[in-house]
Design a protein around this ligand. Structure first.
Ligand code: MEV
Length: 437
């Protein structure tokens, strides 16, 4: 029987590992060694990582790779990606090469507004609330001036505050629905700080509002928080080429385009397929978002919500074939930053942004969207031609060989063998055993 521990956060990381090892890992020496072998010998770097979060035991590595040759709006990028899935970077690089010789990717930011909300309960007369809001709005804006000064210097700030009646959703529920411009920062702290100040001011001013009766003066603030659903912070990525340039694996360009369209129509129509189709897009998006120190959970949540904006979950990407031209595109929301947060703290995020030539947040939105579109194109292309497993298993081969603890020489021989043979777990195991024996 395990007893709860108190004061865990105050233990040193050695003590934490000691406790963990005794309590959950049967005092396993190997487990302790594994946890400690990821400590960085550079103590200040180690400390930096430990201070990103609480109760850190060790560091968790992900591969940090590069997909070169991305031509985006006529500029050539090498895109850093942090991802563990074997075939993703290879697929992105292939798609980059393919579209690089067909005019490259075009990307455009269609909007940059972010949203935050103060959720509150008010049970009184709604017209009086409207009147109060009109009166108090300038005071709300005034109350955040110490917070907005710097943001305004950079061209951002509070764009608007609206009072929204949400009583059709929930009895007595209303919102201050606020829009913000946060320029190159993702803006979460800025937005949340402004919202909390709005909430305090709104609640305090209500108490002395002459038109409210005693119960109306008691507005209950439930919470103040940004929304990760940002349908007005949108980027569009697109590729296009003559259909004739799509011939692949013995398929004519016309046949390829027609099959690609069918695959997209299925993803548009059928949610099970749409989720997997969009997961392929997120393979590219998350990897760049993570490499650049941005919040991939926020981006994931917002994009999937957008995929169901019309009431049914559907494909994020779309295709059109007209007058002999193939056009493949997607519009997605995302709130990213290139200053603040982890972007300036994590040494690898800093390098990632340097590799991307110090992009603005808008530039990064374009790069990320393009990577998602490239990934999606590569996945659908494989699915409708060779099938996904050929590429996947080729890339997965090294994982299988590592599981089998193959030596460098064995790896060389087996990688060579599987250049011309179908990779499956059992086939690799069989060849490996043959070679060993
Ligand atoms: C695998 O990580 C992603 C795919 O399943 C995407 C897709 O099916 O389009 C290959």
């Amino acid at each position: 029987m395990i007893n709860p521990i108190s004061g865990f956060s105050r233990l040193s990381k050695e003590e934490k590992i000691e406790w963990l090892s005794k309590t959950y890992l049967a005092n396993n020496k190997k487990a302790r060694e594994i946890l400690t072998q990821y400590w960085n010998s550079n103590s200040s770097l180690q400390q930096l990582h430990e201070e990103f979060t609480e109760n850190t035991l060790t560091n968790y590595y992900l591969p940090f790779g590069l997909a070169p040759n991305f031509l985006i709006n006529n500029q050539l990028y090498a895109i850093p990606m942090a991802i563990e899935e074997s075939s993703v970077i290879a697929a992105a690089s292939k798609a980059a090469k393919f579209w690089g010789s067909r005019g490259g990717f075009k990307a455009e930011v269609l909007g940059t507004q972010k949203i935050g909300q103060v959720h509150f309960m008010y049970s009184g007369d709604r017209e009086k609330l409207q009147y109060f809001f009109k009166k108090v709005k300038p005071q709300l804006l005034e109350a955040v001036t110490p917070l907005t000064r710097n943001m305004e210097k950079r061209g951002g700030g509070v764009v608007n505050i609206e009072l929204r009646d949400k009583t059709d959703l929930l009895v007595n529920y209303h919102q201050l629905h606020c829009t913000f411009e946060t320029k190159d920062s993702m803006g979460a702290n800025f937005i949340n700080s402004c919202l909390e100040r709005f909430a305090e001011t709104f609640q305090a001013e209500a108490k002395s509002h002459e038109a409210f009766d005693a119960s109306e003066k008691e507005i209950e603030i439930v919470m103040s928080i940004l929304s990760n659903y940002v349908p007005d912070c949108i980027v569009r990525a697109e590729v296009s080429c003559p259909v004739t340039e799509l011939a692949d694996h013995g398929m004519s360009g016309e046949d390829f385009a027609a099959k690609f369209v069918r695959a997209l129509k299925i993803a548009e129509a059928e949610p099970h397929r749409a989720v997997t189709h969009n997961k392929g897009i997120m393979n590219g998006i998350d990897a760049v978002v993570l490499a650049t120190g941005n919040d991939f959970r926020a981006v994931e949540a917002g994009i999937h919500a957008y995929a169901s904006k019309d009431g049914r979950y559907t494909s994020l990407s779309h295709v059109d074939v007209r007058d002999g031209r193939f056009r493949f595109w997607m519009e997605i929301p995302m709130a990213l930053g290139t200053v603040g947060g982890l972007t300036g703290l994590h040494p690898l995020s800093k390098i990632a942004l340097e590799i991307l030539q110090k992009p603005s947040a808008e530039d990064l939105m374009k790069i990320v969207a393009v990577t998602g579109l490239a990934q999606n194109f590569a996945a659908v292309k494989s699915l409708i031609t060779t099938g996904i497993q050929q590429g996947h298993m080729k890339m997965h081969l090294m994982n299988i060989l590592n599981q089998l603890q193959a030596t460098v020489h064995e790896k060389e021989v087996l990688v060579n063998h599987f250049k011309t043979n179908k990779v499956s777990h059992s086939a690799v195991e069989e060849q490996f055993n043959k070679l060993r024996n």
